[in-house]
Ligand binder design. Structure first.
Ligand code: PEP
Ligand code: MN
Length: 357
């Protein structure tokens, strides 16, 4: 079973956190309640969280949650909150919070992460580290390494997507290759996916959660609110407890034991290796042709970038992709990359020595 953290974007009132904590206490798959207590807002003026008051409300609903768990014979429900300043750590500790997470905007700032982790030194609090909004795996790793340096033993990474200029219909682009790269570089760090902040809307949340599990993520962090329409923050992306329950029931767990499929997988991977080699050979040939085009453009004193040609090429490639059953938007992105490299190579081979003085 994946490790599931669920709860409201923000703690809004004693009743709201109690309602949601009790509903989650009835779901044995939920390990921890996420509670936003200090809210990092991109722009000033919005609801910034109830701070210590909210921590008190969390502490007050523990007994009722414990009673439900005890009755059902399932492990105690834990509570975690985001910390962004050293004093948040102190307050979270003083109210008995079980774990904390470092938010995306904080991860982007090594100075703040350093101060935070100093405050966490010696506390034994588990820490979840969200990726920074920009797609830089090293910033994510850096924050995890700073946690390690102060002796935090229980660290998890949370993938919440990346804020790019184009987000492919999501609030934050999932760019799955980045958490996969983190997995490769830090194989011992469990990965959770936050489909709520990736999606920015509730509809894609279950599919994103399933994709994360298919990719081998160990868990999920999902925003759950008793009445999402009335939420003070992130209203569009929060789901109700009953929707979370349905989502959990619908999740398909993949086996990590690959022995049965080993031989079949090996053969398919061999095919992939050959196809990739072919693609690279073709790519090299294409770039070679680009160099020849550069020569002709230079002789004819033509500009490297020909917008009309590029526009028609892109349309043709997307049409071909459609006919072949390949996502045209994926192919568009691919050709944008290939074209950029082709332009770079042409410019390089057209550059005269005196251009570089
Ligand atoms: C949050 O978890 O409510 C939050 C603010 O997320 P992020 O740091 O990923 O933007
Ligand atoms: Mn949120």
């Amino acid at each position: 079973m994946p490790y599931i953290v669920a709860g409201p974007c923000s703690v809004e009132s004693p009743e709201q956190i109690r309602d949601v904590a009790l509903a989650l206490a009835h779901m044995p798959q939920v390990a921890m309640v996420r509670c936003g207590v200090w809210k990092p807002r991109t722009r000033p003026g919005g609801f910034e969280g109830h701070g210590a008051k909210a921590l008190q409300w969390i502490a007050q609903c523990r007994a009722a949650a414990d009673a439900v768990r005890q009755q059902n014979g399932s492990p105690r429900l834990r509570f975690c909150c985001e910390v962004a300043l050293p004093e948040h750590v102190e307050q979270a500790l003083s109210y008995g919070i079980d774990a904390v997470w470092i938010g995306a905007r904080t991860t982007a700032s090594p100075f703040v992460v350093q101060e935070l982790t100093e405050a966490l030194r010696g506390t034994a609090l588990p820490v979840m580290v969200k990726n920074a909004p920009n797609p830089d795996v090293r910033l994510w790793m850096g924050a995890i390494e700073r946690c390690r340096q102060v002796g935090i033993g229980n660290i998890k990474a949370v993938h919440r997507g990346f804020d790019l200029y184009r987000n492919d219909g999501y609030r934050n682009n999932p760019l799955w290759e980045i958490p996969i790269e983190l997995r490769r570089l830090m194989p011992d760090i469990p990965l959770l996916c936050d489909p709520s902040h990736i999606a920015g809307r509730k509809e894609p949340v279950p599919n994103l959660a399933q994709t994360a599990l298919d990719l081998g993520f160990e868990g999920l962090m999902v925003e759950v609110h008793p009445c999402p329409e009335k939420a003070l923050t992130d209203a569009g992306q929060q789901i109700r407890p009953d929707e979370l329950d349905r989502m959990i029931q619908g999740l398909v767990l993949r086996s990590t034991d690959s022995r049965v499929a080993d031989e079949e997988l090996r053969l398919l991977r061999e095919q992939i290796d050959y196809i990739d080699k072919d693609m690279l050979r073709l790519l090299a040939a294409r770039l070679e042709v680009a160099k020849q085009i550069a020569r002709i453009k230079q002789e004819g004193n033509l500009a490297v970038f020909q917008p009309k040609r590029w526009d028609s090429l892109l349309h043709q490639r997307m049409e071909t992709a459609r006919q072949l059953g390949v996502d045209p938007l994926f192919v568009k992105g691919l050709f944008e990359k290939i074209h950029a490299e082709s332009v770079r190579i042409q410019e390089q081979s057209m550059a005269r020595p005196d251009n570089n003085k």
